[in-house]
Design a protein around this ligand. Sequence first.
Ligand code: AMP
Ligand code: ZN
Length: 506
Amino acid sequence: MTTDAPLMLFNSLSRTTERFAPIDPRMVRVYSCGPTVYNYAHLGNLRAYVFTDTLRRVLNWKGWPVNHVINITDVGHLTSDADEGEDKMELAASRAGGTIWQIAAHYTAAFKSDLAALNVRPPTLWSTATDHIQDMIAFARAVEAAGAAYELESGLYFDVSKVPDYGRLAGARGDETVGRIAEVEGKRNPADFAIWRRSPPGAERQMEWLSPWGPGAPGWHLECSVMSMKYLGEQFDIHTGGIDHREIHHCNEIAQNQAFTGSAQTGANLWMHNNFLVDRGGKMSKSKGGFATLASLVDRGFHPLAYRLLCLSAHYRSELEFSPETLAAALTRLRRLVIAIAALKADVGAADWLRAAAEAGDSRGAALDYQRASIEQGLSAGARERIARFDAAISDDLMIPQALPILEAAAADKKLPAEERLKLVATMDLALGLDLLSLGRADLRVRPADATIAEAEVEALIAERKAARAAKDYAAGDAIRDRLALAGVEIMDGDPLGWDWRAQAG
Ligand code: AMP
Ligand code: ZN
């Protein structure tokens, strides 16, 4: 390995940046809270997984393999965090007139395909809540036996006063935590939460299981404690989620973990949270409706990786504003890179390492550190210095916004031979996941859903127009331009990126 800046990561638990040291250097263990599959993921949700993917790539870049688990929540998540409201899945199923299983399967598949389009590598394990109900019941029994749970009419509740320091992650003690209301009569502490929700008498639930506390369904927080512990052990390395989870969901997970293990251990050494994607209306959220999905961006002619680049252009702990302008700027930035890299590829021609590196850019992510070593072999001191600076940026709590310009400058550095420049792009992109070695100009020309003209036709007309202009027949050239404009295609004469044309969404 050429570089070795220590990896510093911000721990929400200590509210400080700490030097990362894996529990077992042979395999870093990471758990990420997954989606509740009652609707399409919005762009904010997807930001959370671009973040976890970047974290994972950086860990790989530093030479550590990662065992990564993401859960799929297909039961138990209520429309309110205060143990009231309906189960989000039951509600979606009754609205759509389908079964919960159909709803879950549909939105899970859509979620996975969004991640693939964003070049987010699949986790080592997808772990589905409904496959773990018996594990959850066993866990809840242990919590009850430890004296940290009590029964009410509506189910089994966790007593937060039975664990040390409840709410430490949120930066507040449980009894002071804002926004928490004792909705359920009989709760001992306002922050107590359901770990098993008993089905109300006479209610018809699509999903319910028998349990020592009667038929019902697990509380939402239970699944993450149970599945993370089952697959990653009682104490693993990193637990991630959006910053909204820092206040309740993760505090409750920690409380359950502590009651189960009878210790003050929280379950993960590091708790990491990505900040929100916001639009002009504030935080993007599924319950608000009318949110933007990845598919809606593609329909408007944006390549998904332009959205990934937008995410990478802000630090994960900062809010990121989403707007058509910020996305268009990201697309332009990506185009510039793709054009610069196309020129380098043309110079370098076919090289064995290039084919291997392009394969590494896909979403399967084989032995990334090995690929890195093979790409970086034999690089000059000047190129290595750039890698060291890139490494220092990504090692500084994943400071990708500073790492990106280092990659851009490397691609443009005329002092380095083309092959070295391309190798720098290849190795850095292992951490960024922008697929820069495979992405071509044509890929970025996404046809908007409402475009009325096929690409081949556009290209033919543009060639015709070029010929007309070369023959000084400007009237014919203008007529073609007008014809294209009618079909929603704007010709970009003199575009500094040499992009020729752009399809405009209607
Ligand atoms: P959900 O499907 O609602 O459980 O959310 C999936 C993930 O997306 C969780 O880690 C959330 O914390 C995260 N998340 C939700 N809304 C946003 C947002 N606007 N920006 C960034 N992350 C979000
Ligand atoms: Zn979770």
